[in-house]
Design a protein around this ligand. Structure first.
Ligand code: ATP
Length: 962
């Protein structure tokens, strides 16, 4: 038994102290006792609600707020609390109550539990007409009796007419309360077991469709995807989880082309038959997709495009099914930063003859007409837009299920994430504003995306929806589609729970129902991790294809990328830095100990995270802790702040200073800002929403613009009389001067400069090819699974791979824009030409930066925010990557590295991770390894079947060395 604390950095940041049974078979390091899970940016999940919700500020529904009489032009809505004079936060109530009895609405908990319509107690379940492509029949339950072939006998496919699963309301909504999933699950498990080996069959496209040949593994992906879409169970679609850079984009494009080509051929072959239109309106929530998909052909006329095919459908039987909803083609949903890349890939990789009609659906002027969307073969949009204009799929009472199942299975409550959250949140409240997204299509906010029936929806970087309670995940689930795909190189980032959201999106029954997911996946893992993970692998195999860069096909690596070498560069602080850090650490430790002794770790969750953040930042540069901030909140903000009443300024400032958590990344905010609607973000995170194409608050959907986002310094100067604090711009000036005078140097910055210098010398030097670019002093400490990856630990600046031709280009990542600011000073000082990419920049500016870095030989360095630049981008011009700081989640680092190490890279790639010895970074490294083991276990990529990574009270103590 162990006392566990769980912290999440997802939108439901939670913390919980509990007594947890250790999973059997867990092998624990002395310091680590699992019981809670580390999460991506903050720490773990499972437990209590977002502390920032608990403080009574972050989580309130929006109603009319106060705007001083002189602010006629700032017609924004304030949270109710801002209409009152600010109340000081009582530390003892932070995190347990909002202090005024209001019900709190966490970011997850906005939706009332909705009982399944038509839940009459009959079992619905089942997959009427289940086809798995392996001849296995699928049973279903009728009035509690399950009919299925003995032991899932092959070839005995049950007649679909017996089952009529599509009419079952419980099946339809995927939330059948009492449906026993045991047998369904057994069959899926059996089906998956037969598919445990990597699929081998290949399909290629006919000549003339793609401008480049598909690689072998891509042909396999195409065959697998095509099969999953056409005659495969348990759902139409799946998860393509190949490593970053293996070509998921091109595989998906090939799938689109293949399906269109097949449809065309079918149409030509059966010109005498009246083709029955595919009813795109009947997505797999309302119909049994397997029956329908098998028996119907897509009607396509002689043209290659889907457009005509769909027009024909619309003019024939589709209309019969669907008077209003036009049938559309493929919707690609991706992060804003990769929309243009998708467009480029579609343009460059598809031949002129096969050109697809493509619409980028974004920007304020995007069409409102759904029929317009239906004209295109491919529509691309962003998660933000989907989140904003698609009615959200209702959340069911997963939490109750979770808790109930925890009891039933004798699990400690710590394994459950729900109870305390529910206690604190109380009943969920309906937003009165645009947040009421459980509406249907009659909702005026419902946009064109929700008014068409898609043939296929593809979520690129699908880990974006890993938290199923978020608005974005629920909106994606709300899209109407026949076929659904998740593309992600890193589908599990935090915990096994991440998978639930994909299963829900995919309608992968029975796991799309939380209680089934819980009892069939989580419980077995908690009881016996080895067996549990094996089972999970089988469940995943049925719908997921995953290859890593180290995967072998016929004994050969699937791609021949140049090798990737990861150097762990452990440097030491200067004397000044060490003394600063030591003091900070000992203060933090005392504080943590005080919380622990008082039993108030829960309540001080945000403070603990903040202390950790400070320690992490201190490893980068002391000035990050001392308050240096670029404070790039613009003039519009300052002007607008002056128009706010002082009372409002003070309220906003009080809230902003109350140890908040960023509502986007769930870390303590860097360069914290508050929106007029009362939500707190990192400036960079909120800028993603302002500069992206959907400028609304991700929490409440209130409109965002630069003039409704305020920094502390802006608010302080407006409320200076009231607060009497020192001007931050003065402090900022001092700090800038300190940088410029070199008074405070940072060991990490120095190391970066040394590396860049050494790269530059090697680029010119005659002996650069000696010892393969590896430092002679390096001591190998581990060799990754991937054949092409060597990990070296070293204490000196690394040398790098040879560069005989063009200069070696370097990408430098940090998670903090303030660190990038600091770095800029030094790069400018050394006249090193660089470009920058961070979340505060417009998409066009980011695109320009990437192009210039890629094409201009004089630009040798790109400095990038890990938050903004780790996904999707192709940056093979770089052959060196430097990671300035450690991310909680190692997969985020992997994604960043793979911007350079991907198809198209012609040189060996060297990665340098810079850490400071004898600091919290040592311990984060250890935690990262734990997380890596969890992901590997789920995917069967480890050798031992370790159990899930958990962060416990002991973990935190370990981090604080208490
Ligand atoms: N068959 C191919 N021929 C030529 N280039 C290819 C081929 N397949 C992929 N590429 C190129 O390889 C790069 C990586 O491919 P892609 O972006 O599709 O990878 P991905 O798996 O989607 O990566 P991520 O997970 O990072 O988004 C791209 O520049 C793409 O154009």
């Amino acid at each position: 038994m162990d006392s566990a604390i769980e912290i999440s950095s997802d939108s439901d940041v939670e913390i919980q102290e509990t007594r947890t049974n250790l999973p059997q078979g867990s092998t624990l390091r002395p310091h680590f006792v699992r019981g809670a899970s580390l999460n991506a940016n903050g720490l773990t999940r499972v437990g209590l609600p977002l502390p920032s919700s608990r403080n009574g500020f972050e989580a309130k529904p929006l109603t009319n707020g106060y705007i001083g009489s002189s602010q006629q032009d700032v017609k924004r809505v304030l949270p109710p609390s801002l209409t009152r004079p600010p109340m000081p936060l009582r530390p003892d109530i932070v995190g347990t109550s909002n202090g005024n009895g209001s019900q709190l609405r966490g970011v997850y908990g906005a939706t009332p539990a909705v009982s399944a319509p038509g839940n009459n107690g009959n079992f619905g379940g089942g997959y009427g007409g289940f086809h798995d492509g392996m001849g296995m029949g699928m049973g279903r339950v009728i009035n509690g009796d399950r009919l299925f072939p003995p032991s899932g006998a092959h070839g005995a496919g049950a007649s679909t007419s017996h089952f009529n699963g599509g009419s079952d309301p419980l099946h339809r909504n995927g939330m059948g309360e009492d449906r026993s999933s045991e047998n369904d699950e057994r069959l899926i498990y059996q089906a998956a077991l037969q598919n445990l080996n990597q699929p081998k069959s290949e399909v290629d496209l006919p000549d003339g469709l793609l401008s480049v040949p598909l690689m072998k593994h891509q042909k396999i992906a195409l065959a697998w995807m095509f099969q999953k879409e056409t005659r495969s169970a348990p759902c139409l679609g799946g998860i393509l989880a190949d490593d970053q850079g293996l070509g998921k984009t091109i595989s998906t494009i090939a799938l689109i082309l293949k399906q269109m080509h097949e449809a065309k051929s079918k149409s030509e072959n059966s010109s005498n038959q009246v083709a029955e239109a595919l009813d795109l309106d009947a997505d797999d929530e309302s119909e049994n997709p397997f029956v329908k998909q098998e028996s119907k052909a897509i009607s396509v006329n002689g043209s290659f495009g889907m457009k005509k095919a769909r027009e024909e459908e619309a003019s024939t039987s589709t209309r019969k099914f669907n008077g209003k909803r036009p049938a559309a083609g493929t919707l690609i949903v991706c992060p804003a930063s990769v929309v243009r890349q998708w467009a480029r890939e579609l343009d460059e990789k598809v031949t002129e003859e096969a050109k697809l009609s493509v619409l980028i659906y974004h920007g304020g002027n995007r069409t409102k007409d759904p029929t317009e969307l239906a004209k295109y073969d491919v529509v691309m949009t962003t998660y933000a837009i989907v989140s904003n204009e698609v009615p959200k799929k209702a959340l069911k009472d997963d939490d109750e299920n979770d808790e109930k199942y925890a009891d039933n299975h004798g699990l400690a409550s710590g394994f459950s994430m729900s109870k305390k959250r529910k206690e604190v949140l109380g009943a969920p409240k309906k937003s009165k504003k645009r947040g009421k997204k459980n509406a249907d299509e009659s909702d005026p906010d419902c946009g064109a995306l929700a008014k068409v029936g898609w043939l296929r929806v593809v979520l690129d970087e699908a880990q974006t929806i890993k938290n199923h309670r978020t608005q974005v995940a629920r909106a994606c689930c709300g899209l109407r589609a026949k076929r659904r795909w998740c593309l992600s190189g890193t589908p599990i980032q935090n915990t096994i729970d991440d998978l639930y959201s994909y299963f829900r999106f995919l309608r992968y029954d029975p796991y799309a129902v939380y209680k089934s997911f819980y009892s069939t996946i989580k419980v077995p893992i908690s009881r016996n991790s080895q067996i549990g993970y094996k089972k999970l692998q089988a469940i995943l195999k049925a719908i997921m294809l995953r290859r890593t860069k180290g995967t072998l096909l016929d004994g050969q690596p699937i791609i021949n990328l140049p090798p990737k070498t990861i150097n762990l560069s452990k440097v030491d602080f200067s004397v000044e830095e060490r003394s600063f850090y030591t003091k900070l650490e000992s203060d933090s430790r005392s504080q943590f100990k005080a919380y622990a002794d008082a039993g108030t770790l829960n309540q001080n969750y945000a403070n603990i995270l903040l202390m950790l953040l400070r320690l992490r930042q201190a490893c980068d540069h002391p000035q990050l802790v001392k308050g240096f901030s670029s404070d790039s909140v613009g003039k519009e903000s300052e002007k607008a702040a002056k128009k706010l009443s002082r009372e409002v300024c003070v309220s906003l400032l009080n809230r902003l200073e109350s140890s908040p958590i960023c509502r986007a990344c769930n870390d303590p905010p860097e360069a914290p800002v508050i929106t007029l609607c009362g939500h707190i973000f990192c400036y960079q995170c909120v800028s993603e929403y302002i500069t992206g194409d959907e400028n609304s608050c991700p929490v409440c959907r209130e409109q965002l613009a630069p003039d409704v986002v305020f920094s502390k310094s802006t608010l302080r100067s407006c409320a200076a009389d009231d607060i009497g604090c020192s001007s931050s711009s003065h402090a900022k000036g001092l700090n800038k001067a300190a940088f410029q005078n070199g008074e405070f140097s940072s060991s990490k910055i120095k190391t970066v400069l040394d590396i860049l210098q050494s790269l530059s010398n090697q680029g010119r030097g005659p002996n650069s090819t000696q010892n393969g670019g590896m430092p002679s002093s390096s001591l190998p400490y581990d060799v990754d699974d991937d054949d092409d990856v060597t990990i070296i630990e070293q204490t000196s600046v690394p040398s790098t791979p040879p560069c005989n031709q063009a200069p070696v280009k370097t990408i430098i990542f940090s998670q903090w824009t303030s660190m990038l600011d600091v770095l800029e000073f030094s790069l400018n000082e050394k006249t090193i030409e660089f470009r920058r990419l961070d979340g505060t920049m417009s998409l066009a500016a980011r695109d320009r930066a990437v192009k210039e870095f890629s094409n201009d030989p004089d630009v040798q360095v790109m400095i990038m925010s890990l938050k903004a630049g780790n996904l999707g981008l192709n940056m093979v011009a770089a052959s060196h990557v430097i990671l300035l700081d450690l991310w909680w989640n190692p997969t985020t680092e992997d994604q960043a590295i793979d911007r350079a190490h991907r198809i198209g890279q012609t040189r060996p790639v060297t990665v340098t991770r810079i850490t400071i010895t004898n600091t919290v970074e040592d311990r984060i490294l250890a935690l990262q390894e734990e997380k890596r083991a969890m992901v590997a276990s789920a995917f069967g990529e480890d050798h031992g079947g370790g159990s899930a990574t958990r962060l416990t009270v002991d973990d935190l103590k370990y981090l604080f060395m208490v």
